[in-house]
Design a protein around this ligand. Structure first.
Ligand code: PGA
Length: 256
């Protein structure tokens, strides 16, 4: 049984005050919800992690970071290490997000190093994959997602990969208001699960969680989550609004 997992990716949003009040609001609204059936995480910008860590401590909301660097320490200006994230209470880290890939220019080999370092340090990565609109239109979704997964997981053994949640985020659906239909999401999720089975065997394929991300809203969360292979959601814009994020979590909780 895969435990559903909903995470909020705040991206480069909020400020010192609003990050704290958003985190406190989410914690307070969700405190009645048991974590036995659903995992929840929020991923604020690096500079607010520490104060948000305090706000979510002893709650059912876990903390995640939006990125990490693979080196342990040293002369890497501007980078943040796995141990730094662990040190302040992060459990999850988003790796390979499409904005990192397509805006900042991050490539599969760097993503692979980050995944490896994160798992080795005990962080739980949310590994993002997804095709561009022109790739989908050219019928290349499977080729692109397969390449991202094979290269991203290169050299990682089964036990390590079991720490990962995969997030399928079609780039054309991120921040555009265009959600993939639940059928389109399910189709790619099934393909990803079949690929994991080919690479690592049936047991891991059945256990690995695959989130959908891209314009998730309170109005489409239940339908997406009703799909057999959609095990959770990675929520961007709607995770910045307390009521929307809480509604998405509750809808997900009910859907499974
Ligand atoms: P969105 O972002 O929900 O704003 O489309 C999702 C994501 O990029 O993780």
């Amino acid at each position: 049984m895969r435990k559903p997992f909903v995470a909020g990716n705040w991206k480069m949003n909020t400020n010192s005050q609003s990050s704290l009040s958003l985190a406190e609001g989410i914690v307070s609204e969700l405190k009645q919800l048991g974590t036995d059936r659903l995992d929840i995480a929020i991923c604020p910008p690096f500079v607010y992690l520490q104060q948000v860590a305090k706000a979510v401590s002893a709650s059912n909301v876990a903390l995640g970071a939006q990125d990490v660097y693979y080196q342990a320490d040293g002369a890497f200006t501007g980078q943040i290490s796995c141990q730094m994230l662990k040190n302040i209470g992060c459990m999850y880290v988003i790796i390979g997000h499409s904005e990192k890939r397509h805006v900042i220019g991050e490539k599969d080999d760097l993503i692979n190093k980050k995944l490896t370092a994160a798992i080795n340090s005990g962080l739980l990565p949310i590994f993002c994959v997804g095709e561009l609109l022109e790739e989908r239109e050219a019928g290349k979704t499977e080729t692109v997602v397969t390449r991202q997964i094979e290269n991203g997981l290169a050299g990682l053994e089964l036990e390590k990969v079991s720490a990962i949640t995969i997030a399928y985020e079609p780039v054309w659906a991120i921040g555009t208001g265009k959600t993939a239909t639940s059928g389109q999401a399910e189709e790619v999720h099934q393909m990803i699960r079949a690929l994991i089975e080919k690479m690592y065997g049936k047991e891991l394929a059945e256990d690995i969680r695959i989130q959908y991300g891209g314009s998730v809203k309170p109005t489409n969360a239940a339908e997406l989550m009703a799909e057999e292979d959609v095990d959770g959601l990675l929520v961007g814009g709607a995770s910045l609004k307390k009521d929307d994020f809480v509604a998405i979590i509750k809808a997900s909780w009910r859907a499974k």
